[in-house]
Design a protein around this ligand. Sequence first.
Ligand code: GAL
Length: 381
Amino acid sequence: MGRKALCEIPPMGWNSWNTFTENISEDLIKQTVDAMKEQGLLEAGYEYVVIDDCWSLRERDSEGRLVADPEKFPNGMKALADYVHEKGFKFGMYSCCGTRTCAGYPGSFEHEFEDAAQFAEWGVDYLKYDNCYKPQNHDGKTLYRRMGIALANSGRDIVFSACQWGTDSVYDWIGSSGAHLFRSTGDINDSWNSIRDIAHSQLDKQAFSGAYCHNDMDMLVVGMYGKGGNSYISAGGCTDEEYQTHFSLWAMMNSPLMIGCDVRNLTDATKKILMNQDLIAINQDKECRAPFLCSENPESFVLVKFLSNGDIAVGMFNMGDTAAGVAVNFWDIGLNAGSGRGLEFYDCIEHQNLGIKKEIFSSTVAAHGSKIYRCKVVSVK
Ligand code: GAL
């Protein structure tokens, strides 16, 4: 029996990099798992706990194996994986397609099958696979295919998270490489400009993402408030309104939702954003339909996504520095007036019903703000 099809819908979880960079340890991961469980994040859907770069020793052992840093992980990775699994989560780790990881630890180049076997033995369920130190004359396409084959034949169900940064024309080949998700941009940081630029850069790439191979717009910075693991990531932080817009964008654009803040200290505002079940339901919709642009102005745009039960999600985004009126014309969605149908609007951030609208709907959206509606198609005759 082969393995089962994996990762139909965008994965959700937590990743250590944004807040902790190299300062990771068994204690931190256990505390994170405990906090996620206690606060209801697992129940909300955040199931993968992923250790990013800097977990291993600087060199492989004499038999060529990767070795967990005994100071950071004194009981080794198998024991930690067991702990994560006992608490009901899935366990993720990190490697790189080149000779070194981005932080200079051993990469998996020419060790793909041994490393995949090692990860499987430890109980790894998810591998983030970075793009640094690629040997000359090797393009991303074949290096990611190599690990795709190795993981799919490792004897364990391991989600393959390609961290490819959108290089090497990744959109053209990633779907066939075995990857279940692919990073499409450079690294996010905790600033409004970073969120805005990533979103803008992916607006015309939505059709490349779909069930079983998701466009990963990078880990969330929601709730970090300027406390990144290095000066690049910190970047000053964002307001809660901006974090909400970030989450609304990632939810509407079908990105994986990987929390990047310290979950041991969540503010109420952060919890409200991360645990918004109405937005999570849009992100996790089974059919993974790509959202489409319905109107685009220099500072604002409207994204529309068809959901599997016939509902239609409408997201209004104002990237500008002052409040703006944003409108969606139902004709552009595909709902002409002659159909005798309108839309019943439910506000997924305020959690309230706004009633039935005909032909056009407009709303004032705050500076750097967003509105997300789940709409039912109803008769208006
Ligand atoms: C980058 C990657 C980040 C993080 C970092 C670790 O290349 O995009 O998400 O994994 O490497 O060194």
